[in-house]
Design a binder for this molecule. Structure first.
Ligand code: PEP
Ligand code: MN
Length: 364
């Protein structure tokens, strides 16, 4: 797509950001001047942070909980800029937030997941940013709708903003899951596939909701070529007024970054390429065979459909389906495949088969 062609890469946003991945860290919320400064100074000492984050207006699910300190938090962020070399970022959700934050020289804005979900809010925000040269990070919407995410970014782009990045923070889980928000990596991957050069960061703190899982999710994001990470860090997480379970101390943050493996996106080493190419050829050939086999399977499914139709038998044969699932899962496990994978694959094939047979039945 032409649209995001002239987006400015993150390493051109500021003089002191030149390398990837870029790291944004800081507390979920600004709580007190002391907490903000202490966290910022401890984070700066790690030499691993480019941008300090802290929310001053907090979107909370229920009213009556801590909703952020508001404008005075921006004064504390100005102190961070005086006392450290860090750039500062906050969340904005309304044109009023934008107007106030601009008075305080905030360096970067981010749009929260709840705001991205609402096109009216996004349009209002975009309007308030016309003519303003500030980088804006756009978190994914709460629900896994890639077009809603793209649309929100497009509104900012149409308002003239060219320093833009997407932030993957996971999606609301309708069932209880290990993580606070389901990563659904296929969505940021689709985003990257559509817009190759569009910067994308990962927020493992809001994906996981617990600090024990942040390492693993951060590594995965780096291995998928994300351009950076946004990680919540608080000088005293236990006492945090929001998101206590997912915030790392600056020391834990330091250790986490030390333990990440930063891999190259590509290697031109001739040994590497000469080994990779034949393996990729094998994959190409196997994929081709898989498709051939699936097509043959569907032809037989259609034939069975004709036969069921002639004999006035229903499409779904529960016993047969249960037997298929059971035998294939155990065969798959014997072949080293996971139960979950085999089950999902068969469910997908079965759904398509039912669709095919429904078409056959309706023809009669
Ligand atoms: C946050 O970054 O503190 C936040 C509220 O995130 P999200 O909008 O992703 O929930
Ligand atoms: Mn938070």
């Amino acid at each position: 797509m032409e649209i995001f062609k002239d987006i400015i890469p993150i390493n051109k946003w500021f003089d002191n950001i030149s390398e990837y991945p870029i790291i944004i860290a800081g507390p979920c919320s600004a709580e007190t001047e002391e907490q903000v400064l202490r966290t910022a100074i401890e984070l700066e000492h790690t030499h691993k942070v480019n941008i300090f984050r802290a929310g001053v207006w907090k979107p909370r699910t229920r009213p009556g909980t801590f909703e952020g300190v508001g404008e005075k938090g921006l004064e504390w962020l100005n102190r961070v800029k005086e006392e450290t070399n860090l750039l500062v970022a906050i969340e904005v959700a309304t044109p009023e937030h934008v107007a106030i934050a601009l008075k305080y020289n905030i360096d970067v804005f981010w749009i929260g997941a709840r705001t991205t979900s609402n096109p009216f809010s996004m349009q209002e925000l975009a309007k308030s940013l016309v003519g303003v040269d500030i980088p804006v990070l756009v978190k994914n919407p709460i629900n896994p709708d890639i077009n809603l995410w793209i649309g929100a970014i497009e509104r900012l782009y149409n308002a003239g903003i060219r320093k833009l990045a997407a932030v993957h923070r996971g999606f609301y889980p309708f069932e209880k899951t290990q993580m606070r928000n389901i990563p659904k990596w296929e969505i940021p991957i689709e985003f990257k596939t559509k817009f190759h050069n569009f910067p994308i960061l990962c927020d493992p703190s809001h994906i996981t909701g617990k600090k024990e899982l942040i390492q693993e999710v951060s590594q995965k994001a780096l291995d998928l070529n994300f351009n950076g990470l946004m990680i919540e860090s608080h000088c005293n997480p236990k006492e945090a007024l929001s998101d206590a379970a997912q915030q790392l101390t600056p020391k834990e943050f330091n250790l986490l970054i030390d333990n990440l493996v930063f891999r190259k996106t590509i290697s031109y080493n001739s040994n590497f390429v000469s080994k990779l190419e034949p393996l990729r050829e094998q994959i190409d050939s196997i994929d081709h065979q898989l498709l051939e086999l699936l097509s043959q399977r569907m032809n037989i499914v259609e034939e069975i459909g004709e036969y069921k139709s002639k004999n006035e038998v229903t499409i779904l044969q529960l016993r047969r389906w249960e037997k298929i699932i059971k035998t294939r899962i155990s065969a798959g496990i014997n072949l080293g495949l996971s139960e979950d994978f085999v089950k999902k694959l068969l469910q997908l094939i079965h759904k398509e088969s039912i669709q095919k047979q429904t078409e056959v039945m309706n023809k009669k």
